[in-house]
Design a protein around this ligand. Structure first.
Ligand code: SER
Length: 318
């Protein structure tokens, strides 16, 4: 019987992934876990267990007691936060991965999803239409941890036959959950400010193009990758996904189609330097070919959906 453990279930991806896994496979097939003591309200229908992914013993006990067969490991520090705590980010992002990879190496679990990121690329990477395989010299702690993690995933697959699958997520945009500590977070923030105040100050510069993706596409990609036949998955580092590439100015222009007076100004901070090292657009032909990936949300559809659904009161307490 399938039993799925989602680690990092209270985070931006986790909170939506748990709900979708529940819809597809039944709520009883999914266990949500996070370092937080309290189960998030949105996940109250699921079994919840507090786990720090660095607590190997507790993780193992949970996996064995519950008969877990698959793990989605989403606990990590993102790019901006990781720069403030480099050693801890390395420890969390790497040791957490090893704890889960080893469970699969020992045959205790059967399958792993682990997210990588566009942050694996760096200033020497071709900036436009970045290929699946190319120069990767990341300059952030987060990027270094993701690049190393990708190589470890490929190594565990090759040496021990571990079925681990991964996506290099672009920046993720959602109305249901908030991001925390990323360089791409402006593209979520902007919707709350647009709806509440009709204006926004972007911490990235006007012309900074980055690949982004609407959360529904990202969750669908994740589950489609995990459900694809194993022999199709020829890439065991991590897959490029293109998503939608746009600048803060492009996003503001798309918002203005709904809120004509929307105003934006730009005050780039330390995150601009991180964004400047990442690709502007990504080539995902390999994902299209190997597991038939196809995106559904373009910029206008994403903007329309976000403006219809964001609830500014969640961010601006009245
Ligand atoms: N969205 C992430 C970040 O900005 C990139 O994976 O850190």
């Amino acid at each position: 019987m399938r039993k799925i453990l989602v680690i990092g279930a209270a985070g931006q991806i986790g909170s939506e992934l748990v709900l979708e896994l529940g819809r597809r496979f039944g709520d009883d097939a999914v266990i949500a876990s996070d370092v937080k003591d309290e189960c998030p309200e949105a996940l109250k229908d699921f079994k919840y267990t507090q786990i720090d992914v660095l607590d190997n013993k507790k993780l193992r006990n949970c996996v064995q007691q519950e008969g877990v067969t698959e793990v989605y490991l989403l606990a990590a520090l993102l790019s901006a936060t990781a720069e403030q705590q480099p050693k801890f980010a390395w420890q969390l992002n790497m040791d957490g991965l090893f704890n889960v990879l080893d469970l699969a190496k020992e045959g205790i679990i059967k399958k792993i999803f682990w997210p990588s990121s566009i942050a694996v690329f760096g200033p020497s990477t071709p900036k436009n239409n970045t290929p699946q395989q190319t120069i990767m010299e990341p300059t952030t702690v987060y990027g270094i941890s993701k690049q190393a993690g990708e190589q470890w995933c490929a190594y565990y697959h090759e040496k021990y036959g571990v079925d681990v699958r991964s996506i290099r997520y672009p920046g993720l945009i959602s109305h249901a959950s908030l991001p925390g500590g990323g360089t791409t977070d402006y593209a979520v923030d902007i919707f709350y400010h647009a709806k509440e105040h009709g204006e926004y100050t972007s911490f990235l510069g006007e012309q900074t193009a980055l690949p982004m993706m609407y959360m529904e596409d990202a969750i669908r990609a994740t589950i489609e990758l995990m459900e694809a036949p194993g022999e199709n998955i020829q890439t065991r580092t991590s897959y490029n996904l293109a998503g939608i590439s746009f600048t803060p100015k492009d996003l503001a222009d798309a918002i203005r189609k709904h809120i004509p007076d929307f105003g934006i100004d730009y005050a780039p901070d330390y995150r601009q330097a991180i964004a400047a090292t990442w690709p502007a657009s990504i080539n995902d032909e390999v994902a299209q070919k190997e597991w038939q990936w196809k995106m559904k949300y373009d910029l206008d559809k994403m903007v329309t959906t976000m403006l219809e659904n964001v609830q500014p009161e969640r961010l601006f307490k009245k």
